[in-house]
Design a protein around this ligand. Structure first.
Ligand SMILES: [Zn+2]
Length: 337
């Protein structure tokens, strides 16, 4: 899953990365080191509650979710009739998350587990095994979604290809960033909750319908706005937007991996060549990521570096999805002009 790794991982692997010159992706995001989001998390009692150990309220169905977008969708559908928790605290890298004993405990005492699927939650298999909860119902939010593999043109190096064995085994997992696929995820979550807790069927249906309506109007907003800038081509440093790009006729191009310490003249040249070859209009980092290499690269490329949010971290209010996606839309609109 190398190309989904975040900045934090990059740092940990800086020895290797500094050998590798300019590659497909990864820097930005999924990042524990995100100062803004980290602070938001610490200050949010809601988030703390969500990430805390199991609170068994009598009678309520206990639902554990894996990471932020899945938490947001599940919370939106469940409202107050079920207890919803999150395993991977916002601000923590999901792609290579290591489960804690608390996570095992949470799953052991849960009725339902909701995951994104598509291979994103690598930590889950052994965690669920350790929890030994035979009554656990599992909801795969991506059920029925056809995953994309590499549709983005990607700038690669020889070293990177060797390092690139079986990733993408289950396709790109970032389906929640396409409002239409998000709708499908909400529907899957709704159906799974109804199956696990039929007594609250009416509530799950009503809540899901409200949220789906909002997703539909978000989709129209994206369509109307982005049809004015067809085939807008952008570079990201986290392979998170191929579904969004496909949906709205944009092109996520070279996902470039930046070495940790300094850019070599070859790195810069490769990036410049990619920008020319693909007529790139925009360069995206992620919110809260302050990376000097990216800033200097953006200067060399004469492209403004803007933040695009993969929603892997952020606030735990279900409305946060719309807030962050509308901010993304505005960023895309400005960058693609
Ligand atoms: Zn990601």
């Amino acid at each position: 899953m190398m190309n989904y790794r975040g900045l934090r991982t990059g740092r940990q692997r800086s020895g290797i990365l500094s050998i590798i010159a300019l590659l497909m992706l990864s820097i930005a995001s999924c990042s524990q080191s995100n100062p803004n989001q980290g602070t938001a998390f610490e200050q949010s009692p809601q988030a703390q509650e969500a990430a805390s150990t199991p609170s068994m309220q009598a009678g309520k169905t206990k639902v554990v979710t894996t990471f932020l977008p899945i938490y947001l969708f599940t919370k939106a559908v469940a409202g107050d009739v079920a207890d919803v928790e999150i395993l991977v605290p916002p601000g923590t890298e999901v792609h290579e998350y290591q489960a804690t004993p608390q996570n095992v405990k949470a799953i052991a005492t849960a009725n339902v587990l909701v995951k994104n699927g598509l291979g994103l939650e690598e930590f889950l298999e052994s965690t669920v095994k350790n929890a030994q909860n035979r009554k656990l119902a599992e909801i795969d939010a991506s059920k029925g979604i056809k995953p994309l593999n590499e549709i983005s043109p990607v700038v690669k190096t020889a070293q990177e290809e060797e390092d690139h064995d079986h990733e993408h085994a289950q396709g790109n997992p970032h389906v929640w960033l396409d409002p239409v696929l998000a709708k499908q995820q909400v529907t899957n979550i709704r159906d799974g909750l109804i199956a696990a807790d039929p007594a609250n069927k009416a509530t799950y249906e009503a809540n899901a319908a409200t949220y789906i309506k909002e997703l539909e109007s978000l989709n129209s907003e994206f369509q109307q706005t982005l049809q004015k800038t067809p085939s807008c081509t952008f570079i990201t440093f986290h392979d998170a937007f191929p579904y969004l790009a496909q949906r709205y006729n944009l092109k996520q191009v070279a996902v470039v991996q930046i070495p940790e310490d300094q850019l070599s003249p070859t790195d810069v040249q490769n990036a410049v060549n990619a920008v020319k070859k693909y007529k790139v209009k925009a360069l995206f980092s992620e919110p809260g990521v302050d990376n000097k290499l990216l800033s200097s690269l953006s200067k060399d490329l004469k492209l403004t570096l803007r933040p695009l949010d993969s929603l892997e971290t952020g606030e735990t209010d279900p409305q946060h999805y719309f807030k962050a996606m509308k901010a993304n839309l505005q960023t895309l609109q400005t960058a693609c002009k």
